[in-house]
Design a protein around this ligand. Structure first.
Ligand SMILES: Nc1ncnc2c1ncn2[C@@H]1O[C@H](COP(=O)(O)OP(=O)(O)OP(=O)(O)O)[C@@H](O)[C@H]1O
Ligand SMILES: [Mg+2]
Length: 232
């Protein structure tokens, strides 16, 4: 996976809305970086800019020191877990998980698809649901599949936009723990967005606090806790 760096990135919508205002931070290879901030802070815009789904107005985005600021999304090779889950409802869980590997650009052999899907399903504890259609799942299971669909790939970075926010407190907590374990296991580089301070503290190696499109603070969970930046 890759080190991902933002240098002085600014994004303005409709000529007036400064969604990102000169933000800079680095997500190191194999690091779990949490971007923490209230609604409207610019979290989703940051992820979309990194994925190449949003053009930035100023600044640079680098993957392993290589400038990708104007590169197309496919060339950046990121895996996105969206804020709202977006499964193919009539596909079985297996086929939802296999989908990113079946892209004509990738040409992964069926055997390898099979083994990857089974491995990820096991990690996410959904092996017994592989033959269910996506519509035949609980919300928590759907969200596991959405995360699994990113994890079957080996991209430069996983971009996760509040993937647990629609779940109840208990499930959210257990999935946090599982996701953290999986990340350590895979040595994955993750940029994870949340507005939940507890979630940030339990999962992050580094936290970046985002407020009004600006990075207010960056540090380890302890450093952020000790400084008690309160925005909620
Ligand atoms: N396509 C767009 N056109 C115009 N303004 C936009 C667009 N997308 C986002 N914005 C604005 O940019 C700002 C940041 O939005 P963003 O979606 O990044 O926030 P967020 O931190 O993800 O919030 P939430 O926690 O509610 O998901 C907001 O003021 C939003 O209204
Ligand atoms: Mg958002």
């Amino acid at each position: 996976m890759s080190t991902v760096e933002l240098q002085n990135v600014t994004k303005i919508f409709d000529k007036t809305v400064k969604a990102l205002d000169d933000i800079s931070f680095t997500v190191k290879d194999a690091e779990f970086f949490v971007l923490l901030g209230p609604t409207g802070a610019g979290k989703t815009t940051t992820l979309r800019a990194i994925a190449g789904l949003e053009k930035v107005d100023q600044g640079k985005i680098l993957f392993d020191q290589e400038d990708v600021t104007t590169a197309q999304p496919a060339a950046r090779d990121t895996a996105f877990v969206f804020q709202q889950y977006s499964l193919y409802p009539h596909y079985k869980v297996f086929d939802n998980l296999a989908f990113p590997l079946r892209s004509p650009l990738r040409k992964v052999p069926e055997e390898e698809i099979n083994s990857k899907v089974n491995k990820i399903a096991e990690m996410l504890k959904i092996s017994n649901k592989l033959n269910n259609k996506a519509t035949e799942l609980s919300g928590g299971e759907m969200q596991r599949v959405a995360i699994g669909r990113a994890l079957v790939r080996d991209p430069n970075i996983y971009l996760m936009d509040e993937p647990l926010s629609s779940l109840d407190a208990k499930l959210r907590e257990s999935l946090r723990v599982e996701l953290k374990k999986i990340q350590l296991n895979l040595g994955a580089t993750i940029l994870y967005v949340t507005h939940d301070q507890a979630e940030a503290t339990t999962m992050a190696d580094q936290i970046g606090v985002l407020e009004n499109g600006k990075i207010a603070q960056i540090g380890s969970p302890e450093e952020i806790y000790n400084n008690q930046i309160l925005f909620m």
